[in-house]
Design a protein around this ligand. Structure first.
Ligand SMILES: NC(=O)C1=CN([C@@H]2O[C@H](COP(=O)(O)OP(=O)(O)OC[C@H]3O[C@@H](n4cnc5c(N)ncnc54)[C@H](O)[C@@H]3O)[C@@H](O)[C@H]2O)C=CC1
Ligand SMILES: O=P(O)(O)OC[C@H]1O[C@](O)(CO)[C@@H](O)[C@@H]1O
Length: 379
């Protein structure tokens, strides 16, 4: 069986590619990073190392790579013959992989079913990828193509920090992982993916994950950076950062347990497990990475603004989320294009207007005023 995975990066090699290989697929990675692709074609395998006391490692073999910048047609043919297509390139990159996927789906034998699964930290990733693919198909071709190609949404959870190894393919990952895929969007036979969970309705799973794992992570990053820390470890040793982490998770727990009628005890166990994961001494994770792409993370449907606005509308004052949003406005990393854009908006129009542009939180609203007060209070 053949799998095509877009994004030979941290999650691509450290999580999705490994699951695909363990499930019996020959994995072809598609990427624009020539170093990764050339090495994949040279070695045809790589090591995954577990970041815990065991330092257990395993080999992912039978892999290869296609540089979609140099050989777009090869990527198109690989899609035409694939039994499954997955992607972990970053939400902002989905529009750039869509044309190749559209051409590949058009090239498939009439009616041969395939599923295309976005594995991004976002709600509705595959829906968005499908909409981007549709832009490159005429209406009647799209109708035909989407009869046999499914775009089930998924939620992926495994912490894979940015890391350097002698072999650039080696990847160190936490032992924990969760890959939840919705059955609603599947076409043809349900793929058998070792360790993945298939559910009818993904929404509770993706929202629970995004608004717990990622919201917590973002609060550590933005509040930690504000206090001058560089890593999750340093930040987690600071009681004020941990208090804000516990605050945002209490606030999102209120939202999630209410919206999805979750069992409080079970949810608290899930929350505690995640705080333990942040404290993993075998993982060194940079706050710049965890807080990367601040415009995405401040956007209305993402991990900070979405729960804060929902809670505010229900009459709760999510102070920890608001303080974290204020801290996110101070995310100023010159190598991060979204951070540069955010800071430019603040210089041009002031923090309140920048907040509205990034998040949709209306300037002049009581929530905006509270956030901006926190913004001016923090150093
Ligand atoms: N790193 C983590 O701990 C986790 C990341 N994720 C999600 O997975 C996605 C990827 O994240 P990471 O693996 O950390 O990032 P990464 O930067 O390590 O990997 C992204 C890969 O996509 C490649 N890429 C960029 N443009 C491309 C294009 N046009 N065509 C093909 N490949 C292209 C890059 O060269 C890179 O190798 C993001 O949506 C992230 O939110 C989800 C869970 C955990
Ligand atoms: O990958 P994103 O969306 O930029 O978020 C960053 C953090 O969220 C996680 O992906 C957790 O799922 C972390 O591993 C990652 O550092």
């Amino acid at each position: 069986m053949k799998a095509v995975h877009f994004g030979a990066g941290n999650i691509g090699r450290g999580f999705i590619g490994a699951i695909l290989q363990q499930s019996g697929y020959e994995v072809t990675f598609v990427d624009v990073n020539a170093e990764l692709i050339d090495r994949l074609n040279q070695d045809r395998s790589y090591q995954v190392v577990l970041a815990d006391e065991t330092k257990e490692s395993f080999t992912v073999d039978g892999v290869s790579g296609i540089n979609s910048q140099e050989n777009p047609d090869k990527a198109v043919s690989a899609i035409a013959e694939a039994d499954i297509v997955t992607a972990s390139v970053g939400p902002h990159v989905l529009p750039f992989i869509a044309p190749v996927i559209a051409k590949g789906l058009m090239k498939r034998a009439e009616g041969s079913a395939v599923n295309v699964i976005a594995c991004e930290n976002m709600i509705g990733g595959s829906d968005q990828l499908k909409a981007e693919v549709a832009k490159h198909l005429t209406e009647d071709v799209a109708k035909k193509v989407f009869e046999f190609s499914g775009f089930p949404n998924s939620a992926v959870d495994r912490i894979v920090p940015i890391q350097q190894h002698e072999n650039p393919l080696t990847i160190e990952v936490e032992r924990y992982f969760e890959w939840v895929i919705e059955t609603a969007g599947l076409k043809g036979e349900q793929p058998s993916l070792k360790g993945a969970l298939f559910v009818e309705d993904l929404v509770p799973f993706i929202e629970r994950k995004l608004l717990t794992v990622n919201t917590g992570h973002a609060s550590i990053a933005y509040n930690g950076l504000l206090k001058g820390y560089q890593t999750v470890k340093e930040a987690m040793d600071d009681s004020e950062v941990v208090a804000l982490l516990e605050g945002v998770l209490t606030e999102t727990s209120l939202f999630l347990t209410d919206k999805f009628d979750l069992d409080q005890k079970d949810h608290q166990t899930y929350v505690q497990k995640i705080i333990e994961r942040y404290r993993n001494p075998y993982i060194s994770d940079g706050l710049d990475r965890v807080g990367r792409a601040p415009l995405r993370k401040l956007s209305a449907g993402d991990r900070l603004t979405y729960p804060a606005v929902e809670l505010d509308q229900k009459g709760n004052e999510p102070a920890a989320l608001e303080k974290t949003i204020a801290a996110a406005l101070k995310f100023d990393v010159p190598e991060d294009p979204e951070a540069v854009q955010l800071q430019a908006w603040i210089v041009q129009d002031g923090p309140e207007a920048a907040l509205e542009k990034a998040s949709g939180i209306k300037a002049g609203s009581s929530m905006s005023e509270r956030i901006i007060t926190y913004y001016h209070q923090s150093n």
